[in-house]
Ligand binder design. Structure first.
Ligand code: AMP
Ligand code: ZN
Length: 117
């Protein structure tokens, strides 16, 4: 099995963490503050996570929002998970994208997570 970058090469700034999950800045952000929240345990996708891990991830999403609000003052957020190659997943360690959005960052923001990448 090829090595997982989120298990082995995490050199990004950690924003917040708890016992079961970690949040860090995306290396190739689509917007300033683009953050990923992952479980510490390796699993390919959302549907393999335990309820405890989902809860730990959810708690971090709220804490990430507080930090990003303070740091970047975004006007909105997109929160999303890609599950499977056909849904756009490229890193096969579960991660939740928390993407701050800024007024005017795209011409027409309608569609939200249906359009962003
Ligand atoms: P996805 O397309 O949903 O699998 O998202 C993978 C995300 O991981 C993308 O937003 C990438 O920019 C990000 N990414 C890839 N390599 C790294 C890395 N070494 N550190 C942090 N984020 C990464
Ligand atoms: Zn991993």
């Amino acid at each position: 099995m090829p090595k997982c970058i989120f298990c082995s090469e995490l050199e990004r700034e950690i924003i917040v963490e708890n016992e079961l999950a970690v949040a860090f800045l995306d290396k190739f952000p689509v917007n300033e503050g683009h953050t990923l929240v992952i479980p510490r345990r390796h699993m390919e996708n959302f549907f393999e996570a335990s309820m405890q891990e989902i809860e730990a991830i959810n708690l971090l999403i709220f804490r990430v929002k507080d930090v990003l609000d303070e740091r970047y003052k975004p006007d909105g957020y997109n929160i999303g998970i890609n599950v499977g190659e056909d849904a756009g997943q490229t890193v096969f360690h579960l991660h939740v994208h928390v993407i701050p959005r800024y007024r005017g960052d795209v011409e027409d923001p309608r569609g939200g997570v249906r359009n962003i990448k």
